[in-house]
Structures are given as structure tokens and as C-alpha cells.
Design a protein around this ligand. Structure first.
Ligand code: FAD
Length: 336
């Protein structure tokens, strides 16, 4: 393969972080290839019709925003290839990075890589969950969707830090009532947060039911709203219906990083380890951006910001590739 076949940069994932990175790299005239495993790129934000917290738009749908981002990045000459699931990443002896696609079907080469495969909200798999998610009545993100539930009654599911923190957030800012369920008698969240939750429940309407699970979300006749949810007491096995306007599921997130195991360093949960200022990973020439990295804010605007930072830092790397190990050593992430 000749030098002309080596891209300047390959971006893994065509979500907001990847598209923002591609905008900057291609506008800087770096030969850029963006790979997305889906036929329709755009990432998680494609799943929502209501974005109200992306600067510059009072309200926009996910698909409309992504269409704009895609058109903009293509204007500057980036190549976007779909149905390209990246399945491996390795650094060759000559320093060129080899990106395997669809289990070795093809290998693309580049001098630098930006990893932006994102993450996914863990779903419960309850009947009606997917249907009502599509009807925007099931959410996995309080910051994204809390404002849509002003003076409403919502069900919150989960027992970890996010579930407890976001229940307090929703109750003190938006909702009329929250019913919160957790499958165990004890919350997994830090004690101090649990204390704050019970304290908040004294002044705001929060009904905490333990140990309960969600058995089903039952849509109304035209499937536009939730008619009721079915809750089950794990100890007695009794089910009970509850009318709510929305459901928030806070049972964790899963980063899409399995294919990178052994290639770049990750934390226990599978988020890619990085220097959070430069977004460098443990592999020289490989940057990370967006929801797949450690300590990500998990928002659209911050994913885009990460893409921009990675693209800017990549220029420094191209100017002086030898600077990589020095920086990584300071951050305590071993170079592979
Ligand atoms: C329903 C919903 C509503 C939301 N609403 C808001 C909101 O209102 N405001 C807000 O700020 N945030 C919102 N978010 C969060 C926001 O969507 C994410 O923070 C953001 O999309 C993260 O961008 P990303 O590019 O890091 O990752 P992602 O959006 O997850 O994109 C990753 C991309 O990488 C691709 N990919 C994954 N693995 C591979 C692979 N191996 N090879 C190639 N490609 C791969 C995926 O197909 C995907 O296109 C919402 C999320 C959801 C699910």
C-alpha cells in the first residue's frame, strides 16, 4: 500500500464527537476518513426529537442537527463511510495506525486516529420500554429531558449515584411528583447522597418504594403516551399499576469500547483512559473524544467540544510526534 493510501486521520464513530472532530480536521486540510458502524450515522442523539440545550438552537431534533453537521463536514472534503464497524486497532512498527473493519474485511491506515464510538444507555428490557422511548416518554438522561416534565409525575428506576442525584435534580427543579423504585432494600449510591435524597423527600414529593421492579410500561390506545406502569414488589411478588407521565431509567451506561480491549488503556467500566486536557490515550497518535472517554460529561455539546479539542491536539502531535510519551508519563497512563 503506498503512502497515498494512508489517511492523515481516521475517526472511529460518526456521532457528534466524531463529526465535530472531522469538521476541524478536514477544514485544516487533513485527509480525513470517518467510519461508522451504522447505516445511518449520528449516534445517540438521533434518538431524540427534542434538543433544547445545544447552543445556537432553541429547539432542534437530533436527526435535523446531525443532517446539518454531516453536510458541513462533507463540504470540507471528509470521507464518511457507513456500515464500517471498527473491530481492531494496532500501531505498526513504522508508527502508522491500522484500523480493522468488519472483522478484518478491510484495513484502513492513518497517521492518527480519533476514537469516538460513544456509549449506550443500559436499558431494562421491560415490555413497552422501547415503544415508549420512541414516543419520548421514557428517558435515560435527566439533564437532557428533565425540563419536559415540569409539574408531571414520573417514575424513576435505579439505585446508584446517578439515580439518586438525578431524582433530587428532577424533584427540586421540575416534577410535581416522583415515584422512585429500586430492586433492593439498600441503595448502592453513596450514603451522603442517600441521606440527601431522604432529606429532599421531606420537602418535595418523592415516594420511595423498595424493593420494587418495573414489570411493564403500558401505552395508551394510540401509543402516544404512557397509560400506566406495572410495578412489582420483589418480596411479596404483588404487582400494582401506577399512572405516570414519564419514566426515567438510570441503570448505567455501557461504552462501545469492547473492540479496543488490549489496544488502549481503559478504566474498569470500559471508558477509555486519557489525559483529560489533551485527550491523548495510551497509544501514540490515538486520541479519544466524547461519551466513550473517562470523565466525559455525556452531553451533546461536550462531545462536540471533545471532538474539537482532539482535532486541535492532533496538529501538535503532527508537528512533534515525539512529544507524546513525555505528556502521557505525567498523567500516569502507560504507553503501549
Ligand atoms: C434519547 C437521547 C436523548 C438525548 N438528549 C440529549 C440532549 O437533549 N442534550 C444533550 O446534550 N445530550 C443528549 N443526549 C446525549 C448525547 O446524545 C450524547 O452525549 C452524544 O451523542 C455523545 O456523542 P458521541 O459522539 O460521543 O457518541 P455517540 O452519539 O454514541 O456516537 C457514537 C457513534 O459511533 C458509532 N460507533 C460505535 N462503535 C463503533 C465501531 N466499533 N465502529 C464504528 N463506529 C462505531 C455509533 O454507531 C455512533 O454513530 C441524549 C442521548 C439519548 C440517547
Amino acid at each position: 500500500m503506498g503512502e497515498q493510501d494512508v489517511y492523515d486521520v481516521i475517526i472511529v464513530g460518526g456521532g457528534p464527537a466524531g463529526l465535530a472532530a472531522g469538521l476541524y480536521t478536514s477544514r485544516d486540510r487533513y485527509r480525513t476518513l470517518i467510519l461508522d458502524k451504522n447505516g445511518l450515522p449520528g449516534g445517540q442523539i438521533m434518538l431524540t426529537e427534542h434538543i433544547e440545550n445545544y447552543p445556537g438552537y432553541q429547539r432542534i431534533t437530533g436527526p435535523d442537527l446531525i443532517e446539518n453537521m454531516k453536510a458541513q463536514v462533507l463540504t470540507f472534503g471528509a470521507e464518511l463511510k457507513v456500515n464500517q464497524a471498527v473491530t481492531g486497532l494496532a500501531r505498526q512498527d513504522d508508527g502508522v495506525l491500522a484500523v480493522d473493519v468488519n472483522d478484518g474485511e478491510q484495513t484502513h491506515l492513518a497517521h492518527a486516529v480519533i476514537l469516538s464510538p460513544g456509549s449506550e444507555y443500559r436499558q431494562l428490557g421491560a415490555p413497552g420500554e422501547d415503544e415508549m422511548r420512541q414516543a419520548t416518554r421514557v428517558s435515560y438522561c435527566a439533564t437532557c429531558d428533565g425540563a419536559f416534565y415540569r409539574d408531571k409525575h414520573v417514575l424513576v428506576i435505579g439505585g446508584g449515584n446517578t439515580a439518586v442525584e438525578d431524582t433530587i435534580y428532577l424533584a427540586t427543579r421540575f416534577t410535581k411528583k416522583i415515584t422512585m423504585i429500586h430492586r433492593r432494600m439498600e441503595f448502592r449510591a453513596q450514603k451522603v447522597l442517600v441521606e440527601e435524597l431522604y432529606e429532599t423527600a421531606k420537602t418535595h414529593s418523592i415516594d420511595i418504594k423498595l424493593p420494587y421492579v418495573l414489570d411493564a410500561i403500558v401505552p395508551n390506545a394510540d401509543k402516544s403516551d404512557i397509560d400506566h406502569v406495572l410495578l412489582r414488589n420483589v418480596e411479596t411478588d404483588q404487582t400494582e399499576p401506577l399512572a405516570v407521565d414519564g419514566v426515567f431509567v438510570f441503570v448505567g451506561m455501557v461504552p462501545n469500547t469492547g473492540f479496543l480491549r488490549g489496544a488502549v488503556e481503559m478504566n474498569e467500566a470500559g471508558y477509555i483512559a486519557c489525559d483529560c486536557t489533551t485527550l491523548k490515550t495510551s497509544m501514540p497518535g490515538v486520541f479519544v473524544a466524547g461519551d466513550c472517554r473517562q470523565r466525559a460529561a455525556m452531553q451533546l455539546a461536550t462531545a462536540c467540544a471533545d471532538g474539537v479539542v482532539a482535532a486541535m491536539m492532533l496538529k501538535d502531535y503532527f508537528r512533534d510526534p515525539s512529544s507524546w510519551s513525555a505528556t502521557m508519563a505525567e498523567d500516569g497512563i502507560a504507553e503501549r
